[in-house]
Design a protein around this ligand. Sequence first.
Ligand code: FFO
Ligand code: ATP
Length: 198
Amino acid sequence: MESKEEFRARCLQKLKHHALRNKLRQDHAVLTKLALLLKDVKGKTILCYLPLKHEVNITKLMRSLRPDNRLLVPFMEGVSFKVVKFRLPIKKKRFSVLEPQNSQMIFSKIDIAIVPVVGVDGALRRIGHGKGMYDRFFSSLKCHPIVIFVQGADCFTTQHVGDAHDVQADFYITPNHFIKRRGFNDFRVFNRRRCRAI
Ligand SMILES: Nc1nc2c(c(=O)[nH]1)N(C=O)[C@@H](CNc1ccc(C(=O)N[C@@H](CCC(=O)O)C(=O)O)cc1)CN2
Ligand SMILES: Nc1ncnc2c1ncn2[C@@H]1O[C@H](COP(=O)(O)OP(=O)(O)OP(=O)(O)O)[C@@H](O)[C@H]1O
């Protein structure tokens, strides 16, 4: 069986290679499905991301969502991140990640999270860059948002290479696939069911 590290390395290589060719067309295929899904799922506070070169470029979609929604993006702090409002200017930080300026505003409720992935395993768990930042951030949330993984080239394994702490998707979108997690079928009651007692 392939290990998590081997799978991560294989996926990163595939995504980086893919980012050099066909990127516009593949990104467009993902964005079309993502925009349709966002019309169905309720929620106005959306965690987005500012894309790295090998990630789906969602910035055009973010521009169209901005007038009617509250858009948040990660802001790295040590081994995790907090979220800040998406606003200009943005600056290149650690790992070449773009971020807006810091802010003291605290956002306790996120309805929807659009999450870039390096790979996805058979339990729809996220394999990322190996720093555990998304995992730590999600485990700090009291209410779990609807989680949508996006990826510009399929890198999926049916094996369960992920760990219990890895973020799990409700939806996984690639240029050729739209996968909904089994058991996810009610868009209306997610808020109550997804909050845990502290
Ligand atoms: N767009 C985006 N923003 C994000 C993440 C992400 O995956 N994508 N993160 C997800 O957690 C957090 C940042 N964590 C990251 C950790 C490692 C790498 C990464 O690419 N590491 C490369 C080296 C890149 C470089 O130094 O230029 C590597 O480890 O090979 C990127 C983001 C928060 N913001
Ligand atoms: N909730 C958590 N609390 C503490 N440590 C964690 C948590 N989640 C993950 N970690 C640690 O973070 C490290 C990296 O985790 P992992 O390999 O799952 O990263 P990843 O999900 O691929 O990366 P990323 O989320 O940054 O893209 C591991 O050592 C793991 O134990």
